[in-house]
Design a protein around this ligand. Structure first.
Ligand SMILES: NCC(=O)CCC(=O)O
Ligand SMILES: [Zn+2]
Ligand SMILES: [Zn+2]
Length: 340
């Protein structure tokens, strides 16, 4: 058949056959607007003040809590496989070390400061992010300093949170990531870093859109940080709060955030897409949180999904939605999978 006759038979359907665009494995990779790569993965590490600890966390499969003496041996093979960045969470376990203002958070002998120094020394190329929050370190388990009636004292909270962030940066953290969601902390942290002469070498990664919900349970087991009373609904966003998320993103950018985290991830892809527009000049990071990770594992154990396939599918969702970085408990697996 001549070309012209062919066109006569199918005058309008020339664009109807798409399969030629992805019938080969290489073509399927070409279809990714953004490729999942090792350099975009950030791995959470739980560091306890029990120096010799290495404890599996029951609700977080394959994830352990480490004491400072066990950390390097665990991290070394990951770095050898291409791990580029970690985010640290301190877990104070010692009796009586928690108080109303979270003094243990930036104790020079505490787990976070010790871990920053050790990781900087042992792995000079590893990029160290510190989650900054008080909830793991306060006796009441809330993310800030409280008034007597149990509500958040904003001024005192952000002052304390900024002091902790500056102390992490002084100890050598490359980046601080405040996860408290209390108004105004990005501004105070930036000012604190400027005063300390550290602003030019510290990346402020704001958990700008952090939603309150049911997906943080395993993390609270890992970090022993469940609030002793009440919940976090007065500072974390309500799950329907799309407008609030957009306002929080804009606010944190104005206050000087260098990067933005959307958390959780799977159920908040619209927020991630919004963030990649509103915060288009800074990297947007998806946090695939503990509950999401645990659900994938549970489904894989039941044979409902294949872990590797669902892991790629979920993380490609974040990239499609506009994320450039992903905090993921699946990082060790990805370091292997991305080599295959
Ligand atoms: N700032 C970290 C959390 O609050 C929870 C993360 C998780 O559930 O993995
Ligand atoms: Zn917190
Ligand atoms: Zn937190």
């Amino acid at each position: 058949m001549h070309t012209a006759e062919y066109l006569d038979t199918y005058p309008t359907d020339i664009g109807s056959v798409l399969a030629g665009g992805y019938n080969h494995p290489l073509l399927r990779e070409w279809q990714n607007e953004r490729q999942l790569t090792k350099n975009m993965l950030i791995f959470p590490l739980f560091i306890s003040d029990n120096d010799d600890e290495e404890t599996p966390i029951e609700s977080l499969p394959n994830i352990k809590r480490f004491g400072i003496n066990k950390l390097a041996a665990y991290v070394k093979p990951l770095v050898q496989k291409g791990l580029r960045s970690v985010i640290l969470f301190g877990v104070p376990m010692a009796e009586g070390c928690k108080d109303a203002v979270g003094t243990a958070a930036d104790d020079p002998d505490g787990p976070v400061i010790q871990a920053i120094k050790l990781l900087r020394r042992e792995f000079p190329d590893l990029y160290i992010i510190c989650d900054v929050c008080l909830c793991e370190f306060t006796s009441h388990g809330h993310c800030g300093v409280l008034y007597e009636d149990g509500t958040i004292n904003r001024e005192q909270s952000v002052r304390r949170i900024a002091a902790v962030a500056v102390n992490y940066a002084k100890a050598g953290a490359h980046s601080v990531a405040p996860s408290d969601m209390i108004d105004g902390r990005i501004r105070d942290i930036k000012l604190g870093l400027i005063k300390a002469g550290l602003a030019h070498k510290t990346f402020v990664m704001s958990y700008a859109a952090k939603f309150s919900g049911n997906l943080y349970g395993p993390f609270r087991d890992a970090a022993c940080s469940a609030p002793s009373h009440g919940d976090r609904k007065c500072y974390q966003l309500p799950s329907g709060g799309k407008g609030l998320a957009r306002r929080a993103l804009k606010r944190d950018l104005v206050e000087g955030a260098d990067g933005i985290i959307v958390k959780p991830s799977t159920f908040y892809l619209d927020i991630m897409a919004d963030a990649s527009q509103i915060a288009r000049d800074v990297p947007v990071c998806a946090y695939h949180v503990s509950g999401e990770y645990a659900m994938l594992h549970a489904a894989a154990e039941k044979g409902v999904v294949d872990l590797k396939t669902i892991a790629f599918e979920s993380h490609y969702g974040f990239l499609r939605a506009g994320a450039r970085l992903i905090i993921s408990y699946l990082t060790p697996e990805f370091l292997d999978w991305l080599d295959q």
